[in-house]
Design a protein around this ligand. Structure first.
Ligand SMILES: Cc1cc2nc3c(=O)[nH]c(=O)nc-3n(C[C@H](O)[C@H](O)[C@H](O)COP(=O)(O)O)c2cc1C
Length: 187
């Protein structure tokens, strides 16, 4: 039974982790962000919470741009590395040997292995407690159509999505996961 507790409770996971890529002053960077959200569908707008001390914070603030990349299970190590090492100290994209191209509309790297990616231009930045919420208009989309079904859902025969659980643990959403379909056709 639930009881009132006096401490802060944070229940954010399991959840998809975005790899936020940036380019500023000739340096490309990548970090993991679990606190992100699509905010508007039309026009497409995306938000991500980034703590001030992150190298990515500086990059986004200065460049006014960022990209969002989602990677499959095979690249979960990108999430772990990008989320535990700082660009203040390391060239993470080089260390990961990650292939990427520059965005079409922005300078940030778009990972070759992303199954979905967005190019974002910052339209708002607001401080909420210990994180800043960066809001970006999505100005470019990338999608690996081969891993999705016609109805827009992932093709689970072809795509396995890593979900972060906390404490460096991941759960994999794949064809073996249990799916419940609650669609009712009002017969
Ligand atoms: C799974 C995961 C999710 C994370 N989510 C966030 C987040 O939403 N916001 C944030 O500021 N840091 C988050 N972090 C921590 C940053 O990714 C981490 O501090 C990273 O080293 C920052 O890199 P940078 O200094 O190169 O920007 C997360 C880390 C992990 C492993």
């Amino acid at each position: 039974m639930r009881t009132w507790v006096s401490n802060t409770v944070m229940h954010s996971y399991p959840g998809m982790v975005a790899l936020v890529t940036t380019e500023w002053a000739g340096k490309q960077n990548i970090m993991a962000a679990g606190w992100h959200s699509y905010i508007s569908y039309e026009p497409p707008i995306f938000g991500v919470a980034i703590a001030k001390e992150r190298f990515s914070h500086q990059s986004i603030e200065q460049s006014g741009e960022f990209a969002i990349n989602f990677v499959a299970e095979g690249y979960a190590d990108y999430i772990q590395y990008a989320g535990t090492i700082s660009g203040h100290k390391s060239d993470k994209l080089e260390q990961l040997n990650a292939s990427y191209t520059k965005g079409k509309e922005i300078g940030a790297p778009i990972l070759e292995n992303a199954y979905i990616a967005y190019e974002c231009k910052v339209i708002d930045q607001r401080t909420y407690g210990d994180h800043d919420w960066f809001v970006g208009e999505i100005v470019g989309f990338y999608k690996d159509e081969a891993v999705f079904q016609d109805n827009g859902l992932p093709n689970w025969e072809k795509l396995s999505i890593p979900l972060y659980l906390g404490r460096s643990q991941y759960m994999i959403a794949n064809k073996e996961a249990k799916v419940i379909d609650l669609y009712q056709d009002n017969k």
